[in-house]
Design a binder for this molecule. Structure first.
Ligand SMILES: [Zn+2]
Length: 481
């Protein structure tokens, strides 16, 4: 089914939720031209998004707002479940949803009529939600995004293994292509990482409506700059022939390493003061310091195991998981039963084997101050998917309790040699070395209960990245309980 992405008049919600109205050209080629004119603005915008790198705590929402944020997330999940299940008009006309500064859910619809708005009002028991004019179909935009991401991930894997990849594809993969999902119109931008020198060469060049560059006769270029421009153009061509060629995909470059994640597991000598350590063999004296994710059950060969999820990096199947830093068997919590580190997930499952510990759902670090583990949020044993701009919490061993807001629900980036996609990105740094795997959740102030939305993975230059609980369930088979 081909979806028309471009309406005549659309309303764009900016990230700061200031409403602006724009008139868009009604055909794809014209839109594409205006987008490619913006390639430098796009690169500039990316740079400005990543300026600071310190952990900055968000001010928590007030209690009423947090309760609405929680309810809005539940509504959001109901809508997403509906469009995933039913091939109806809402699937085509739902343009996305986000939570506004007051904690209310804002649903964007791209209908010409009020059919979908009425449909939602009649079929869902929602209160206090806001409707906005949207652009494009979230469902079909996400499907296309997933198709592109799978192909990039598989090319990346083949690049690392040196198999089934041709010279053009290999050259394109040297530029670490990453998808960026444009929530305001459900289109996709492909970002190629280039050196700062290359970016300068690109800045003095002329781009055409197909996203390709030509040298400006008024500017001076070195031989290496010319070859870098050629490399970028080849990458755009290769993307179109090997991955997907659609007119509403735009292309952009980025000279910094925002799309490289630094995983935040610490590997260091065995020493006091850390909560969860994962060892191949405790006598080796070193291990990965990680944080516990949410309580989960994992099905293997028809048998259900109970335990917790944590990150996949820093672990191997069969590793031992300890709660204290000694070799006392009483301190052994369990073993890594399964692990996956690819595509949308960086996760492992800890099978609990120590009868001295039961599997709890109360969040451990309940303050941003060290050592505070008094009763706070208790997870209700279910999981949810966080919406754009929703408030999320992370609790981990290094930075304890942190609060931030969801900046992207479709973040893609490279971690070492692996391309990851469909992750959550926060608006700030929410963790540090040793927080990897930490539970990430939403809370409902009124009832002190919470729902798992994922686990902390690592940081880009000034934001944090989280693996979604929904992907851990769908692609790995571990589910919150
Ligand atoms: Zn409609």
């Amino acid at each position: 089914m081909k979806i028309k992405f471009f309406g005549i008049i659309s309303v764009i919600l900016s990230f700061t939720f200031i409403l602006s109205v724009g008139i868009f050209p009604s055909n794809a080629a014209a839109l594409n031209e205006s987008k490619d004119d913006n390639i430098f603005a796009c690169a500039e915008e990316l740079k400005n998004e990543y300026i600071n790198s310190a952990l900055i705590q968000a001010q928590p929402m007030d209690a009423d707002c947090e309760t609405r944020n929680y309810e809005a997330t539940i509504y959001y999940n109901q809508i997403i479940e509906h469009i995933d299940t039913y091939n109806d008009e809402l699937r085509s006309h739902f343009s996305g949803a986000k939570i506004n500064d007051e904690g209310y859910l804002v649903i964007s619809l791209c209908c010409e009529t009020d059919f979908c708005e009425n449909y939602i009002k009649e079929n869902f028991d929602f209160q206090n939600i806001i409707f906005e004019k949207g652009k494009g179909s979230y469902y079909y935009g996400q499907q296309k995004l997933n198709e592109i991401n799978k192909k990039i991930a598989s090319l990346q894997e083949e690049k690392v293994n040196g198999k089934n990849i041709n010279a053009d594809e290999k050259e394109m993969m040297e530029l670490y292509p990453c998808t960026k999902y444009n929530d305001e119109d459900n289109t996709i931008t492909i970002i190629f990482s280039v050196s700062e020198e290359t970016e300068k060469a690109i800045e003095k060049s002329i781009k055409d409506k197909n996203g390709k560059l030509a040298c400006d006769s008024k500017a001076q270029y070195s031989q290496s700059e010319i070859s870098e421009i050629k490399k970028y153009n080849n990458a755009v061509d290769t993307f179109k022939s090997s991955i997907l060629n659609e007119p509403d995909i735009s292309y952009c470059t980025n000279s910094k390493s925002e799309y490289i994640i630094e995983d935040q597991a610490a590997t260091e000598p065995w020493r006091p003061g850390r909560k969860i350590m994962v060892y191949n063999n405790p006598n080796e004296g070193t291990g990965s310091q990680l944080s516990t994710g949410y309580r989960a059950k994992y099905k293997d060969n028809g048998v259900i195991y109970y335990g917790f999820v944590t990150c996949g990096h820093g672990t191997s199947v069969g590793n031992s998981v300890y709660m204290e830093n000694d070799t006392d068997p009483a301190h052994k919590l369990g073993v890594i039963l399964a692990r996956s580190y690819e595509n949308t997930i960086d996760v492992s499952f800890i099978r609990m084997t120590n009868s001295g510990y039961s599997n709890g759902n109360a969040i451990y670090y309940t303050s941003s101050q060290p050592g505070v583990t008094r009763p706070g949020t208790v997870l209700d044993g279910t999981q949810a998917t966080a919406s754009l701009n929703s408030q999320i919490y992370k609790s981990g061993q290094t930075t304890y309790l942190t609060i931030g807001y969801v900046n992207s629900t479709s973040f893609a980036a490279y971690s070492g040699n692996v391309y990851f996609y469909d992750m959550l990105l926060s608006d700030r740094i929410m963790g540090g070395s040793g927080d990897s795997g930490a539970v990430t959740y939403i809370t409902n102030t009124g009832t002190v209960s919470g729902k798992a939305v994922g686990i902390y993975k690592g940081n880009t230059s000034n934001k944090s990245v989280f693996i979604k609980a929904s992907n851990i369930k769908a692609s790995f088979g571990a589910e919150a309980y």
